[in-house]
Structures are given as structure tokens and as C-alpha cells.
Design a protein. Structure first.
Length: 330
């Protein structure tokens, strides 16, 4: 699903226009001068993972659009906060970062003190990608559809386990959101990453999980895991026959993971506009769309205002889940 794209430049430079409605020579020269050197794209996760794949495709495409190299630098730690802190404090428009839902909208409701203010210190540029999540059970459970699963949960409260990739992460919050909306009592079992969670589900140590599509897809296709629902507003292109939670009667169970491109808050509107246009053109490439889809990503797009509005919605949604569920970092 491609999001509708609106130009970010409409009105971006309005405040700097002279009464004659023409930009000054200084403003024009500034726009033409940027970028004046290679750019750095911070990926706040280790190399080789989905965020790194998305970031490297963006860097390659944006290099051609901007006429300067875009170099990927991995700075992982604290669910992406470490890398985005570097972006927030760089004060250089040639630095940007690809923030996950955790670093951009969740951690501020969990950490006692964030090292940066996401609203003030990170300027939204564009939504890069959404990664859908799915609810699955071990195929040996005998459960073949969501209706049966829900009936078992209601008949046996507190007896069914559901693993996540870690306390306070989006997969954990997806479980808490699921519990709240369905009125069920799943027992959350946190892991340190998606891989050990999946391994325990395959072994039968836990009974269910909600994780990103690309993590679970090979095991669904092999028949080891049974997919019950997509916790997203739309069906997965990789699993087109799998219903969404909305189709099953629970439209508010929506837990897409996502990644957005952000500049330092100090970057000018003109410089951010140049980066936006380069990123938007990259996202419109069929090669990028196909590469994202191969790892379960649905290409994004839109304006900086779209990303800012979406981020605020995500902050409010997950803050509510965190508060009601009493989620605390380990």
C-alpha cells in the first residue's frame, strides 16, 4: 500500500519570503548550496537487520537525487534512542536518522529521562516504511483460526502465554493493546529479541506471539506456525488471505512497526525540504518498493506534516497503553 504523496515544499519557505513574494538572493543561494558535502544517515540499529536494509536502500537512492554521497552509519543502543540522540544533537543538516516507532514515539513514555526531546530536537521529514505484525500460534496447538483462539483465551484466562521481543517494545505493547481490546488475559513473556521468542514458540515453550511479518513468514510458510490475524489496518501483501484484526471486529488493534526519516531540529526548512524531495523520489522507485516488500515493509511517503501528525498520534496511543497496562522498563 503506497501512501499518497503531498509535496512538502508547499509553504515551507513562506515565512522567509520578502513582501515582493520573491525569495532573497541569499535564500536562493543557500538552497542551491545544500548539500555542500557528503551526508550521513544514522541507522540506530545493528547492521544486517530490517532497519539497516531500509536505511541502505534510502541512502543509495538519495545519493543520486542529492548529487552527494549518503553514508550509512550504524549507532545502536536503547531501542534506537542512542542513534537518534546523535542526530538530535548534531546541529548539522547533513546528518539525518531513520527512527523506529520506539525511538520516535514510545520510549518517551517509558524512560524517566530522554536524552533529547523528540518533538523539539528531531524534525520530521518523511515516513519511510511500515512493517506489519501478525498474531501466530504454534501449529501443533490445534488452533486454526482467530475465533477458536479467542474462545480458548476467554475459557482459560491466565493460562495462555504470548511472547514479545522485549519489555516496552512495540511487540510487547501490541500484546497489551490486544489484551485490552479483546478483554483477554494473555500472559506476557518478554525475550531479548525476536529470534529467541520465535525459537521458544517453535519449541512449544510459549503458545503465541505478535511479531513483525518478516520474522515469522518463513515458519508460517513451512507450516510450523499458524498465522491468525494481521494487527494492521490492511492485509499483508505477503499473506493476502490473512484477515486483519479490524476485519475480525477489533479495528483498534493496530500495531504496525514503522520507521521515519528525521533531521536535527536545528535544520532549516529549506534543507529539510531538499532531503524530503530526495527521499520521496527514492520511495517512488519500484526497485525500492520491491526491496522493502521482500522484507515485509510497505513503502511510506507523504509530507513532513503527515509524519509529524502520525508521530503525535502514535505517542498518544502508546502512552495510553503503557499507562493502563502499567508497563515499566526492566
Amino acid at each position: 500500500m503506497r501512501l499518497s504523496r503531498r509535496s512538502a515544499l508547499a509553504g515551507l519557505g513562506a515565512a522567509s519570503l520578502a513582501p515582493s513574494l520573491a525569495p532573497s538572493l541569499a535564500t536562493t543561494a543557500r538552497a542551491q548550496a545544500f548539500p555542500s558535502k557528503p551526508l550521513t544517515l544514522i541507522v540506530p540499529f545493528p547492521a544486517g537487520g530490517p532497519a539497516d536494509i531500509f536505511g541502505r536502500h534510502m541512502a543509495q537512492g538519495m545519493s543520486g537525487q542529492l548529487g552527494k554521497p549518503v553514508v550509512v552509519e550504524n549507532k545502536s543502543g536503547v531501542a534506537g534512542v542512542t542513534g537518534m540522540d546523535f542526530v538530535a544533537k548534531s546541529n548539522d543538516p547533513h546528518v539525518m536518522g531513520i527512527a523506529s516507532a520506539s525511538a520516535a514515539s514510545i520510549m518517551q513514555s517509558l524512560m524517566p529521562r530522554m536524552p533529547y526531546d523528540p518533538e523539539r530536537d528531531l524534525a520530521p521529514v518523511i515516513l519511510v516504511v511500515k512493517v506489519q505484525e501478525i498474531l501466530v500460534v504454534n501449529a501443533k496447538s490445534g488452533i486454526n483460526d482467530f475465533k477458536t483462539f479467542l474462545a480458548r483465551l476467554k475459557a482459560e484466562p491466565g493460562k495462555w502465554t504470548c511472547g514479545s521481543a522485549g519489555t516496552g517494545g512495540i511487540t510487547h505493547l501490541a500484546i497489551e493493546l490486544f489484551k485490552r481490546e479483546t478483554g483477554t488475559d494473555l500472559v506476557h513473556v518478554p525475550y531479548r529479541g525476536a529470534a529467541p521468542c520465535t525459537n521458544d514458540l517453535l519449541a512449544g515453550t510459549i503458545q503465541s506471539t505478535i511479531l513483525d511479518v518478516p520474522v515469522l513468514l518463513p515458519h508460517i510458510r513451512s507450516g510450523a506456525l499458524k498465522a491468525l490475524a494481521v494487527t494492521s489496518a490492511v492485509r499483508s501483501p505477503l499473506l493476502p488471505d490473512l484477515p486483519t484484526m479490524g476485519e475480525l471486529g477489533y479495528p483498534r488493534v493496530n500495531s504496525d512497526n514503522w520507521y521515519g526519516l528525521f533531521s536535527p531540529g536545528s535544520a532549516s526548512l529549506a534543507d529539510r525540504g531538499r532531503i524530503h524531495d530526495a527521499a520521496a523520489a527514492t520511495l517512488e522507485s519500484k526497485d525500492v518498493t520491491d526491496a522493502f516488500l521482500a522484507v515485509g515493509g510497505i513503502v511510506g511517503g507523504g509530507s513532513p506534516e503527515d509524519l509529524a501528525r502520525f508521530r503525535r498520534q502514535e505517542v498518544a496511543k502508546w502512552a495510553g497503553v503503557i499507562h493502563l497496562a502499567g508497563v515499566k522498563l526492566e
